[in-house]
Design a protein around this ligand. Structure first.
Ligand SMILES: [Zn+2]
Length: 194
Protein backbone atom coordinates (compact mmCIF):
# COMPACT_ATOMS: atom_id res chain seq x y z
CA UNK A 1 0.00 0.00 0.00
CA UNK A 2 2.79 2.41 0.97
CA UNK A 3 4.66 1.50 -2.19
CA UNK A 4 1.58 2.33 -4.28
CA UNK A 5 1.23 5.69 -2.61
CA UNK A 6 4.89 6.44 -3.29
CA UNK A 7 4.46 5.48 -6.91
CA UNK A 8 1.42 7.73 -7.26
CA UNK A 9 3.29 10.64 -5.72
CA UNK A 10 6.28 10.02 -7.94
CA UNK A 11 4.23 9.98 -11.13
CA UNK A 12 2.42 13.15 -10.07
CA UNK A 13 5.80 14.79 -9.55
CA UNK A 14 7.01 13.69 -12.98
CA UNK A 15 3.84 15.04 -14.55
CA UNK A 16 4.26 18.44 -12.85
CA UNK A 17 7.90 18.60 -13.93
CA UNK A 18 7.02 17.73 -17.52
CA UNK A 19 4.31 20.36 -17.57
CA UNK A 20 6.69 23.02 -16.33
CA UNK A 21 9.07 22.26 -19.17
CA UNK A 22 6.42 22.16 -21.90
CA UNK A 23 7.01 25.31 -24.01
CA UNK A 24 3.30 25.52 -24.88
CA UNK A 25 2.40 26.14 -21.26
CA UNK A 26 5.13 28.70 -20.52
CA UNK A 27 4.03 32.29 -20.30
CA UNK A 28 5.25 34.50 -23.14
CA UNK A 29 5.86 37.45 -20.81
CA UNK A 30 9.42 37.34 -19.51
CA UNK A 31 9.72 36.16 -15.93
CA UNK A 32 10.75 38.64 -13.30
CA UNK A 33 14.15 37.00 -13.22
CA UNK A 34 14.60 37.90 -16.90
CA UNK A 35 14.49 41.62 -16.11
CA UNK A 36 17.04 44.06 -14.84
CA UNK A 37 16.19 44.53 -11.17
CA UNK A 38 17.43 47.61 -9.35
CA UNK A 39 16.12 49.63 -6.43
CA UNK A 40 14.73 53.10 -6.98
CA UNK A 41 17.87 54.47 -5.31
CA UNK A 42 20.16 52.53 -7.67
CA UNK A 43 18.37 54.00 -10.69
CA UNK A 44 18.51 57.48 -9.20
CA UNK A 45 22.29 57.16 -8.78
CA UNK A 46 22.84 55.87 -12.32
CA UNK A 47 20.66 58.42 -14.16
CA UNK A 48 20.36 62.20 -14.50
CA UNK A 49 17.27 63.67 -12.74
CA UNK A 50 15.47 64.01 -16.10
CA UNK A 51 16.35 60.48 -17.26
CA UNK A 52 15.23 59.14 -13.87
CA UNK A 53 11.89 61.02 -13.89
CA UNK A 54 11.09 59.94 -17.46
CA UNK A 55 12.17 56.30 -17.40
CA UNK A 56 11.40 55.27 -13.82
CA UNK A 57 8.35 57.47 -13.12
CA UNK A 58 6.82 57.89 -16.60
CA UNK A 59 7.31 61.66 -16.75
CA UNK A 60 7.19 63.35 -20.13
CA UNK A 61 10.01 65.70 -21.09
CA UNK A 62 9.13 69.12 -22.55
CA UNK A 63 8.78 69.03 -26.33
CA UNK A 64 11.50 70.64 -28.48
CA UNK A 65 13.99 70.48 -25.57
CA UNK A 66 17.79 70.32 -25.75
CA UNK A 67 17.84 66.50 -25.89
CA UNK A 68 15.36 66.62 -28.79
CA UNK A 69 17.50 69.15 -30.66
CA UNK A 70 20.49 66.85 -30.19
CA UNK A 71 18.38 63.94 -31.46
CA UNK A 72 17.45 65.89 -34.59
CA UNK A 73 21.12 66.55 -35.33
CA UNK A 74 22.15 62.88 -34.96
CA UNK A 75 23.01 60.90 -38.10
CA UNK A 76 23.15 57.16 -38.65
CA UNK A 77 23.36 55.02 -35.55
CA UNK A 78 21.55 53.03 -32.88
CA UNK A 79 19.41 54.11 -29.92
CA UNK A 80 19.83 52.14 -26.70
CA UNK A 81 17.92 52.18 -23.41
CA UNK A 82 19.57 54.78 -21.17
CA UNK A 83 18.83 52.55 -18.14
CA UNK A 84 19.98 49.06 -19.19
CA UNK A 85 21.69 49.34 -22.60
CA UNK A 86 19.15 47.28 -24.59
CA UNK A 87 18.90 48.17 -28.28
CA UNK A 88 15.56 49.92 -28.89
CA UNK A 89 15.56 51.87 -32.18
CA UNK A 90 17.87 52.69 -35.09
CA UNK A 91 18.22 55.76 -37.29
CA UNK A 92 16.64 53.73 -40.12
CA UNK A 93 13.20 53.95 -38.46
CA UNK A 94 13.63 57.59 -37.40
CA UNK A 95 11.38 60.14 -39.14
CA UNK A 96 10.46 63.78 -38.72
CA UNK A 97 6.92 64.07 -37.34
CA UNK A 98 7.14 67.68 -36.14
CA UNK A 99 5.70 66.77 -32.70
CA UNK A 100 8.74 67.86 -30.69
CA UNK A 101 9.75 64.39 -29.45
CA UNK A 102 11.91 61.77 -31.17
CA UNK A 103 9.75 59.81 -33.63
CA UNK A 104 10.29 56.36 -35.08
CA UNK A 105 7.92 54.38 -37.28
CA UNK A 106 9.03 51.04 -35.82
CA UNK A 107 11.19 49.52 -33.08
CA UNK A 108 14.53 47.98 -34.07
CA UNK A 109 14.85 44.32 -35.04
CA UNK A 110 16.22 43.59 -31.57
CA UNK A 111 12.56 43.72 -30.39
CA UNK A 112 13.20 45.18 -26.96
CA UNK A 113 10.24 47.58 -27.01
CA UNK A 114 7.09 46.30 -25.28
CA UNK A 115 3.65 47.93 -25.64
CA UNK A 116 1.02 48.24 -22.88
CA UNK A 117 -2.39 49.92 -22.83
CA UNK A 118 -2.19 53.05 -20.66
CA UNK A 119 -5.43 54.58 -19.36
CA UNK A 120 -3.82 57.39 -17.33
CA UNK A 121 -4.70 61.10 -17.74
CA UNK A 122 -8.23 60.22 -18.98
CA UNK A 123 -6.93 58.91 -22.31
CA UNK A 124 -6.45 55.46 -23.77
CA UNK A 125 -2.94 55.32 -25.14
CA UNK A 126 -0.35 52.61 -25.74
CA UNK A 127 2.68 53.03 -23.55
CA UNK A 128 6.07 51.78 -24.75
CA UNK A 129 8.57 50.35 -22.27
CA UNK A 130 11.97 48.66 -22.43
CA UNK A 131 11.46 44.89 -22.24
CA UNK A 132 14.62 44.32 -20.20
CA UNK A 133 14.18 46.90 -17.45
CA UNK A 134 10.60 48.28 -17.78
CA UNK A 135 11.89 51.81 -18.44
CA UNK A 136 9.10 54.10 -19.63
CA UNK A 137 10.03 55.28 -23.13
CA UNK A 138 6.91 57.08 -24.41
CA UNK A 139 3.80 56.06 -26.38
CA UNK A 140 2.97 54.66 -29.80
CA UNK A 141 0.18 56.07 -31.97
CA UNK A 142 -1.13 54.65 -35.22
CA UNK A 143 -3.22 55.63 -38.21
CA UNK A 144 -2.25 59.31 -38.11
CA UNK A 145 -1.51 59.43 -41.84
CA UNK A 146 2.29 59.72 -41.76
CA UNK A 147 3.80 58.52 -45.03
CA UNK A 148 5.94 55.84 -43.40
CA UNK A 149 5.97 52.05 -43.96
CA UNK A 150 3.89 51.40 -40.81
CA UNK A 151 1.85 54.58 -40.19
CA UNK A 152 2.82 54.17 -36.55
CA UNK A 153 4.55 56.88 -34.52
CA UNK A 154 6.68 55.82 -31.59
CA UNK A 155 6.71 59.11 -29.69
CA UNK A 156 9.74 58.67 -27.45
CA UNK A 157 11.34 60.84 -24.78
CA UNK A 158 14.86 61.78 -25.88
CA UNK A 159 15.94 61.41 -22.23
CA UNK A 160 15.19 57.66 -22.40
CA UNK A 161 17.59 57.10 -25.30
CA UNK A 162 21.33 56.64 -25.51
CA UNK A 163 22.62 57.28 -29.04
CA UNK A 164 25.68 55.50 -30.44
CA UNK A 165 26.79 56.63 -33.90
CA UNK A 166 27.24 53.95 -36.59
CA UNK A 167 30.45 51.97 -35.97
CA UNK A 168 30.53 52.90 -32.25
CA UNK A 169 30.58 50.33 -29.45
CA UNK A 170 27.24 49.32 -27.91
CA UNK A 171 26.85 50.23 -24.22
CA UNK A 172 27.40 47.58 -21.56
CA UNK A 173 24.17 45.71 -20.79
CA UNK A 174 22.97 45.83 -17.18
CA UNK A 175 22.79 42.19 -16.01
CA UNK A 176 19.37 40.55 -15.73
CA UNK A 177 18.03 39.47 -12.34
CA UNK A 178 18.83 35.82 -13.07
CA UNK A 179 22.40 36.68 -14.11
CA UNK A 180 22.83 38.60 -10.86
CA UNK A 181 21.60 35.61 -8.87
CA UNK A 182 23.96 33.28 -10.76
CA UNK A 183 26.90 35.63 -10.14
CA UNK A 184 26.03 35.80 -6.43
CA UNK A 185 25.81 31.98 -6.25
CA UNK A 186 29.21 31.66 -7.98
CA UNK A 187 30.71 34.15 -5.52
CA UNK A 188 29.34 32.16 -2.57
CA UNK A 189 30.79 28.91 -4.02
CA UNK A 190 34.15 30.58 -4.59
CA UNK A 191 34.19 31.93 -1.05
CA UNK A 192 33.40 28.43 0.22
CA UNK A 193 36.39 27.12 -1.72
CA UNK A 194 34.37 24.90 -4.06
ZN1 LIG B 1 16.10 49.09 -20.48
Amino acid sequence: MKFRLCLALLSALVLVTLRAEDPKTTNKEPKKMDKVIKTDDDWRKKLTPEQYAVTRHAATESPFGAAYEAFNAQGEGTYYCVCCGAELFTSKEKFHSGCGWPSFYDASKAKNVAEHVDDSHGMRRVETVCKRCDAHLGHVFEGEGYKTPTDRRFCINAAALLFVPKGGAAPKLEPLGSEKVEAAKAAVKKAAGE
